[in-house]
Structures are given as C-alpha cells and as structure tokens.
Design a protein around this ligand. Structure first.
Ligand code: SF4
Length: 656
C-alpha cells in the first residue's frame, strides 16, 4: 500500500525557495484511485517545475493515460538542491506532485528528455527516488524507467540508466506499453506489486522466465518500437569506433523504429491543460497545428525526426482552442509547430480565430516564423486585438552562401520583405535568430549578420518614419545532432564560435550610426560542446554523466549551475583511459562507413539520402520541400508506411 510523504515534506517547505512549486494542485490536475489502477505511471520532466509544468508533450500523455480506465498518471519534476538536501537528511524520497507518493511505488517512471543537459537531473531523480541508478541493478520492486522525447533519438549515453526508450510520438506508445505491462502483470506469478526479478544483465532461464523483469523487457522490445538497451551488445574496434550493435536475445529486432501518429484530428490533446498556481514559463493555451516539417534545414533535428508533415484540420484546431480556453481561462492562444505559417490553411485559421474572439482579450501568438512564409495578412491578424507581441524570425545564417549550406532557402529580399510587412503593420522591433559554428562557416559569414541587421533597421526607419525601430540579434552555437544531414559534421571549436560571436557584437556596438537600435545577445558555446558530447555520444559517455552527477553536477541547463570545468575534467578522467575524448565525440568529422551510435534506431530517414544531403551541403546544393516540389525520396513515408497529410481541406471554423 503506497502512502503519501506529505506530512514529512510539509515542515521542510518554509525552509526552501519557491515552496509553492512543489504543491501541485493545478487546475485540471487529476487524482485517480490508486488501488483500482492496473498500471501506474509517474511522468517526469527533468527540470524545475517552473520550466516543466508547461511542457505540452508531458501534459498530453498525462491526459491520455488518465482518460483510460485502469491506467493512472501522476507527475514529478526535478527538485531544487535546497529541498533535495533536506529530503535526503530526512529520508524523504522523490515524490509525485499529485499525491506525494514515492516515485518508487509506481510501475513506470516515464521521463521526457527534451534537452541533453537534463541527463544529470535524471540520475539525481533516480537516486532521490531510491531507484538503483543502473538498469542492471534494479529489482522486482523497482519501476520500469522509460525515456522519450527528442533526446531519446540517441539514447546511448543514457543506456546504462534506463530500461527502455520510446522514439517518436508518445500518444499511442504509452497506451501500448501500458497494455503490455498490464498483460504481463496479470499473467505473472511473481510480478504482484513489483516489476520483475533481479539483475537485468543475467539472462539465465530463471531470470528470463515468464513474469520476470527481463520477460517484460523482451515483450516490449518484440514490438519493434520500444528500444531496450540491455538487450543489445555494442562492440568497439581498434580505432575506438563502434564495430557492431547486435541483439543479445532471440525475438529482439536489429532495428527499432519510431512511433508515428497518422491522424492528428483523432488525438485532440491537450483538452484540459494544467494551469499552475505557481508562475511558469508560458501562460497560454497552445495547440500544435501540425507535426513534422519538410523544409529540410540540415541542422534541424526536430525537422528530420518528426517527418512527415501531418496537419491538424482547422475545424479541429478551432474546437481545441475553444475547449482549451474554457478549461484554462487563458487569454493567449499559441499556434505551435516547427513552422507555423506553413500550415496550408493558416490564413483562414487566423481569420476564423480573430473573428471569433473579436472584442475579447484573446490574442494569437506564433512561435519563431519562417521569413518566407510570413505575410502582411498574418501580421494583420496577429495585431487585430491591438496587441503586438514580439516577432521572431530565424534566418539562421548571415549570408546567402551560408543559408544554402544549411538549406534555409531564404534570400535577403525575402527577409527584408518580411520585416517590411511587420513594420507596415506597426511593429517597431523584430528579433532575428542565428547560429554560429555551422559547417563551412567563415568569420565573414558571422560578421555579415550585422550587415543584415543594419539593413533591417534602415528599412524599418524608412517605412515607419521613426528612429525607435530595433532589431535584436540572438545567436547561439550550432550543435550537430543525430539523424540529421549534419550528423557526420565536425562541431566548431567553442573557442572559435565564441570569438566569432564576440567579434560580431563588438562590430555592431562600434557602429555609431545605429546606436542602440541593434542589440546582440549571444550564448556561450561551452555548454554546446557538452550538448554535442551527449547528442552524438555512445554508451561510453554514460560514465561521464555519472561522474559529473557524482561530482555535484545538476541543472546543467541553467547557466548558474553549469560548470564546463567539471564536465571537461570528468570527461578527461573517464574517457581518456578508453582512448577517446571530449574532442573525439565533438570536433571530429565522421566518415560515411563509421557505425554511428544510433544507426540501429530508425526515425525513418534513409541513411544514404542523409549522406548525399550532407555532401550536397558542402557544394551549397539546395533540396526542395516535398509538399510543393514532389517526393525527394528521403525514405520516411515508405519505411513507416505513412504519407504526408496536408490541406487545404476547405473546411471552416465554427463560430461556437
Ligand atoms: S518520403 Fe517523400 S513525401 Fe515522404 S517525407 Fe520523404 S520526401 Fe516527403
């Protein structure tokens, strides 16, 4: 019988910062009956509550599981060091936000890993929960630890710490996993109250017998869509690269594929998103208007791993917005996707929503928008209720040459035309996002970003007739990621990237003609090198994560907690005896034949297609978008048995 730890936690809360973040009690949170649930999930976002509470992916899975009979989901987040120290002192384990039950009492701990720098927080949560750090040490009373989310497409650095990994869309995956766990529990003579037997690495007949933990892992792996790292052996060659990754049991597939939702309209979530009592990063109702992106930006992991494009129909979006606003009381609607203005009916959708909510305080917002898809009409709709939230465009590269290399097919005229549309509609400031350290980049490519910003200001001043026009350049270091065309690329030395970004800022600051009209905000490239290590690392990198965590590394996504010195030192101590290094994983270009740590995990992209695209990038050859230019044979649709789903459908929004 599981019990709450709240009575022991409560006296500690006045002694820590922001205690309200640990209380849960959000509007729309749910508490289901513990005893009548067959399968109990604790869903975790491995960062502070203020960041994780608005994570939409986790919120969607929470609703889906709690809607189904027999399944139950609660949530947990990373606990700040002030409270976790007190919890350790008082023997209080990591708990769920809904009922303060120990995380260890759930059947499954499902972790959404959307940033590499959250890895140490996962280890901290496991330890605080009293769950053995290594999957091989877990016993019959430990939950199954599963990760998903964008970082899970290369889970190898976390392979020692997780039992299973889900690639791709989570909606159907959590239900199928729940079904398998329920069946296994019901059939199991030994699983009552726990999830298996002993050491997962021991494959003796007793351990793999029906009802054992390994039996469950094999059942999950046999779907071909749940990756169980302990069921694969990795071998390395004399050159330190991987020579093979092979299943170590019968019935375990050699290639694991991702989950892909084929009808977004059938999954209209979130219906009732959580409204936190504590302040969080985003306070708006957001709906994903399509999933996937086919623009083919070569650096963009999110674009490649979510192919193909699947649009939600505008009437379904309209219904979701109405239901979401009613359920939350929010007054801002975010229309999310990787490239929102590319929805085939974005015009009718925005007109419909602005008309429906005319005379109310409801406003629309779009995330960063492609410069070539933004139109005067969109600008008008965004400003119809008088509010003009910030406009962000992401040209990513400062020169047309650079943009051809990354396949961001936007020319300078497109960019200037777009900002002119915004200035015509009354905007006075725009934000432009760029990356530094891209393949083939020169100092000149980065300095050209300043020239582009100057042209933006000139055009804004000309159109508005005013001098208070501003342009913020936001620039960060590029990190090559798995499953992209740049997965073979050498990552730029962080010292070089930092020098280029510093020089850009200096040159803009020294240009007195523009005074404070242009601001340059750049992010240190050093965390990017750690991200690079984790994004393209193999299983050997797991020991670095553990060493960093044991050395006190936590909340690495927060600049005040991140220590490059610690990561560099731990990487040196752990990796050098194995003949590899931080640089070996990051600033080294890979060859075509090298087995990459994630080659046995498929998001559907054809490896040869990606390689050809990598070669094309170096010759500055562009590739089109299959929504308009025909199929480019990237392999996703035939491999996954799906197809792109786009409108226009001609449907209209109801007026409610
Ligand atoms: S297989 Fe063809 S249609 Fe499908 S996503 Fe790839 S390029 Fe587009």
């Amino acid at each position: 019988m599981s019990t709450s730890v709240y009575s022991r936690l409560e006296p500690l809360l006045p002694r820590v910062s922001r205690p309200v973040q640990y209380l849960g009690m959000e509007v729309n949170s749910q508490v289901k009956d513990w005893e009548s649930a067959d399968v109990r999930w604790c869903l975790m976002y491995p960062d502070a509550y203020t960041v994780g509470a608005s994570n939409q992916g986790l919120g969607i899975l929470y609703e889906i599981l709690n809607e189904r009979d027999g399944f139950l989901a609660e949530r947990t987040y990373s606990i700040w060091p002030d409270l976790s120290a007190l919890m350790r002192e008082n023997g209080i384990p990591q708990f769920s936000w809904e009922t303060c039950r120990p995380v260890r009492d759930f059947d499954i701990l499902g972790i959404s890993l959307s940033t590499e720098l959250g890895c140490t927080n996962v280890l901290e949560a496991l330890d605080l929960a009293g769950i053995p750090l290594h999957a091989k040490d877990r016993s019959e009373s430990d939950p199954l630890v599963i990760i998903g989310g964008h970082c899970a497409v290369n889970p190898e650095p976390m392979a020692d710490f997780v039992d299973a990994v889900v690639l791709g869309d989570g909606e159907e995956a959590v239900l199928e996993i729940s079904r398998i766990v329920r069946e296994w529990k019901q059939a199991s003579p030994i699983a009552d109250g726990g999830l298996g037997l002993v050491d997962g690495s021991d494959l003796s007949p007793e351990v793999t017998a029906p009802g054992s933990r390994v039996d469950l892992l094999v059942r999950l792996a046999a779907t071909g869509m749940v990756y169980v790292p302990s069921l694969y052996d990795v071998a390395y060659g004399d050159n330190r690269a991987i020579t093979s990754v092979t299943p170590n049991r019968e019935g375990v597939p050699s290639l694991v594929r991702k989950w892909t939702l084929t009808d977004l309209d059938a999954w209209p979530y979130p219906k009732k998103p959580l409204v936190p009592v504590a302040e969080t990063v985003h306070e708006r109702y957001s709906t994903e208007i399509f999933r996937g992106c086919l623009r083919g930006c070569r650096f963009c992991q999110a674009g490649f791993i979510t192919r193909p494009v699947r649009e939600r129909s505008i009437d379904s979006i309209g219904d979701m917005v109405e239901c979401g606003l009613k359920a939350t009381g929010y007054e801002e609607v975010g229309l999310l996707s990787l490239s929102t203005a590319d929805h085939s009916e974005i015009g009718p959708l925005m007109h419909g929503l602005t008309s429906r909510y005319a005379g109310t305080n409801v406003s629309l917002s779009l995330p960063s928008t492609r410069v070539d898809a933004f139109t005067i009409d969109i600008a008008e709709q965004l400003s119809r209720n008088g509010r003009r939230s910030g406009l962000t465009f992401a040209p990513e590269g400062g020169t047309e040459r650079m943009r051809r290399v990354i396949n961001k097919n936007v020319d300078e005229a497109d960019l200037l035309g777009t900002v002119e549309a915004a200035f015509t509609q009354g905007w006075r400031s725009v934000k432009l996002y760029f990356m530094c350290g891209l393949p083939t980049e020169t100092d000149g490519d980065v300095m050209a970003i300043g020239d582009l910003a100057r042209k933006v200001i000139d055009s804004g001043r000309r159109i508005s007739g005013r001098r208070d026009v501003t342009c913020t350049i936001s620039i960060g270091a590029f990190v090559p990621k798995a499953h992209t065309s740049f997965q073979w690329a050498e990552q730029c030395d962080p010292a070089v990237a930092n020098r280029r970004m510093r020089d850009l800022k200096q040159s803009v600051r020294e240009d007195r003609r523009y005074g404070r009209a242009i601001m340059v905000k750049w992010a240190d490239a050093l965390p990017g090198q750690v991200e690079g290590l984790l994004a393209r690392g193999d299983r050997r990198v797991g020991a670095v994560i553990e060493a960093v965590w044991r050395d006190g590394g936590l909340f690495d996504g927060w600049s005040e907690h991140f220590s490059f010195e610690r990561w560099e030192r731990c990487a040196r101590e752990v990796l050098e005896p194995m003949g590899v290094s931080l640089e070996w994983y990051t600033t080294r270009e890979r060859g075509r034949d090298e087995i990459l740590p994630w080659d046995h995990l498929s998001v559907g992209m054809d490896r040869d297609w990606l390689w050809d695209d990598w070669v094309d990038s170096q010759s500055e050859v562009s590739v089109g978008d299959c929504r308009w230019d025909g199929c480019m044979d990237c392999g996703v649709c035939p491999f996954l048995g799906v197809s792109i789903q786009i409108g226009p459908t001609g449907r209209t929004l109801s007026n409610v």
